[in-house]
Design a protein around this ligand. Structure first.
Ligand code: ADP
Ligand code: MG
Length: 249
């Protein structure tokens, strides 16, 4: 049998936008607990693949197994309940709310307790929200509006809000986009530490190859909707085809 049990098995995934084939035949096994990077040039289909795994696209062909269950074509909420989580961008209305209020909202959404927040539940949720802010290093920004956060801090908040759902598999599509080199490393080191400490599995899309080398245990390289190569960061770095198509520019 397999040495490592796959938490996610994507088999022969195909997705077209009209006549355009964005994913040609993607098969990918992600072992439980792995930090896995998805890399490749713009338009390779990385975001499409992430959206497929999160259940956000219709018309996806192929099969998806998650924790040994066939979850093909399940809607996002059903996948979220089973433990597949992704970050969502904080919408404009929420930017005017404080960091703590946003984290509270994430807790309320994750717990499904919309209707009546009793005083006791409210106190419990705000305690949990504060603890999560501590975890992602934002405790001292709790009372600030999200609109006033730096990009790096906003990404920390989005990551923390995704963790509230306690996903077994966390999907991060370019979490460090727009950040300085220093911020990128800081965010992803924090993410890796949390993911490891809590026994989660991570798939992340990242353009900074140095960050990929440091954070990923395995890498899949996508080009034009297909997998070009998969392996450890050093295998990927040494792969001639990868160098020609991607790393070499
Ligand atoms: P990546 O994240 O690797 O840059 P994407 O998954 O975003 O790639 O896109 C893959 C290809 O699919 C691109 O050529 C893109 O233009 C196309 N594409 C993505 N989303 C849509 C859409 N909603 N409608 C039509 N084409 C799309
Ligand atoms: Mg993308």
């Amino acid at each position: 049998g397999q040495v490592m049990q796959a938490i996610l098995s994507a088999r022969h995934i195909r997705k077209s936008y009209g006549a355009f084939v964005a994913l040609r035949d993607i098969s990918l096994d992600i072992p439980r607990g792995e930090r896995h990077a998805l890399i490749g040039p713009n338009g390779a289909g990385k975001s499409t693949f992430i959206a497929c795994v999160a259940g956000q696209l219709s018309g996806v062909e192929g099969q998806m197994l998650f924790k040994d269950e066939n979850v093909t074509a399940l809607p996002p909420a059903a996948l979220a309940r089973r433990g597949i989580g992704r970050t969502f961008q904080i919408s404009r209305a929420f930017l005017q709310m404080t960091v703590l209020e946003n984290m509270m909202a994430a807790h309320v959404i994750a717990s499904g307790q919309w209707a009546s927040l009793s005083r006791r539940i409210y106190a419990e949720r705000s305690g949990q929200a504060c603890a999560m802010l501590e975890t992602v290093g934002l405790a001292d920004r709790a009372r600030d509006r999200v609109a006033d956060l730096s990009l790096g801090d906003r990404k920390r908040l989005e990551f923390g809000m995704a963790l509230v759902g306690e996903p077994d598999l966390l999907l991060l599509d370019e979490p460090t986009a727009g950040m300085s080199i220093k911020e990128r490393h800081a965010l992803m080191e924090m993410v890796a530490a949390r993911v490891d400490a809590e026994g989660r599995t991570l798939i992340f899309v990242e353009h900074d190859i140095d960050v990929v080398m440091k954070i990923a245990q395995r890498v899949t390289v996508m080009v034009r909707g297909a997998v070009l190569a998969a392996g450890t960061p050093s295998e990927i770095k040494a792969n001639d085809e990868v160098q020609a198509v991607y790393l070499g520019g």
